[in-house]
Write a new protein. Sequence first.
Lengths: 330, 251
Amino acid sequence: MSSLPAAIQVDRLTRQYKGFVAVDHITFRVESGEVFGFLGPNGAGKTTTVNMLCTLLRPDFGAALVAGYDVEKQKAQVRKSIGIIFQDPSLDDRLTARENLRFHGIIYKVPRKQLPARIDQALDWMELKDRADDLVRNFSGGMKRRLEIARGLLHAPKVLFLDEPTIGLDPQTRNRIWEYLLKLRREHQISLFMTTHYMDEAEYCDRIAIIDRGTIIALGTPQELKVHVRNDIIDLRTSDDARAVQEIKERYGIEARADREGLQFEAANGAEFIPQLVRELSVRVESASVSRPTLDDVFLKLTGKKIRDAEASGREKLKTTVRRMGRRWR
Amino acid sequence: MAIIDFPCIYMVWLRDTIRYFREKSQLYGSIMRPILWLFILGIGLRGSFQVSDHLTYTQFIFPGIVAMTVIFTSIQSAVTIIWDREFGFLKEILVAPVPRTSIAIGKCLSGTTLSLIQAGIIMFLSPFVHVKIHWVSLVPLVFVVMITSFALTGVGVLIASRMSSFQGFGTIMNFVIMPMWFLSGAMFPPKDLPVWLNALVRLNPLTYGVDLMRHLLIDVNYYSPVFEVSFLFVFSAVIVALAVFSFSRSR
């Protein structure tokens, strides 16, 4: 453990909604300067956790310290020490980028004399300087996200919370946001706590907690978590997948999963196992591939489901539709 | 956290003011509405209603039209809280290290400021309806507009803190703005009324705002100005306190 005080220290934190336990006795610690990821499907309890750590939601049980302050008893100090990028946009799109930052600086008590320089620095840093005096409503999704990150950093917080920072952005923009976040981590003394349900993004984190149905089911570095899936992953396409599954079980004692894309299973040494399979199986092997486990495989192994399948898509879609309608009426 | 946080109040106020001057549609709409009422309805009804020997109907309703501008602007300004909640910006303020009370106070002050500007614009219509504004009455007029709109913005914040956007501005329009305005005696003299109607008129704070403006603009009044000012003071203190409390408890 580091000798520096923890950025976040959480002890048995719990929150219920009408009998439904959204977050169930979670305990973890985020070190100073660390990039910590909360990985899980929608509805796993990620946003509820963030809201409790940001003092927006009162825990039902347990305790949490953020930047050394108690989230229940020292709300004001916690709030001064953190920056937040919410999952949903929270900019005033009728104001310019500079005005959004200025108002943030005013309520966070950034000294008046320092404010203009800090705003310029934040805009420069997120490469928004040439659009500083444009209305935010004319910005693209990626630019809005960058502006929110710039705003979250304006008051020099110790911990930056990012709730699904790249949700709804195209892959290119997602990569760009990540470049900024990694640069941020290199150049500043700041801890990042982020939630995501993109497996590939979780690999950027120093440590990851995998959360499912309100509990942490695994916690460690990406490498440590991959140990849960020690073997190689073999993907196979055959002339008769059902029969192949049966034969693999009978011959080698390995449980394979079959779906429309073929079948998948784990094996200790994939590269050597494939030629053997081709020789010994009675069905014809059409294609075979070996890969090292990803966090996707870890999630699948730990929860028995793919992260994409766990998405609550229906409700999310309704929410965005309604929001879009509201915008038109304004 | 303290209750009064001046930078926060200033920020909420400044933001609303900037948005007001940027969004011309609200400005034009709030000029158009009084013009329709004053020149079309007022002139249309002028032949049928004679309030007194030396007053035309358009002169009589002019203070009521100013009051209409005040109530629309105040409540419209307060219910932007609902939009801010829906479009996420409210979250940015709510998570900042500022007391919610100051956010609500800032809203009440910006509503008051915008009402004053809007009422000021309507005052320029006075020569067209032969209402002469004496310079001595300017300071009390500003005061009356401010205390009235402060109270009404408080009403707006109280409602907005308890409402979701889906219930919408239409509900507020039909159940708050229009009843309050009709019951203020803006369009008819508040005398010789049935008991039930008189009771509703007397309970309405806008009645006293209208009557005070009438007193200052056309030298007609139905109630004692001292009573009216006291009523508005007490009402706005109570309602703004309730609004601030309600907003700070809202989700």
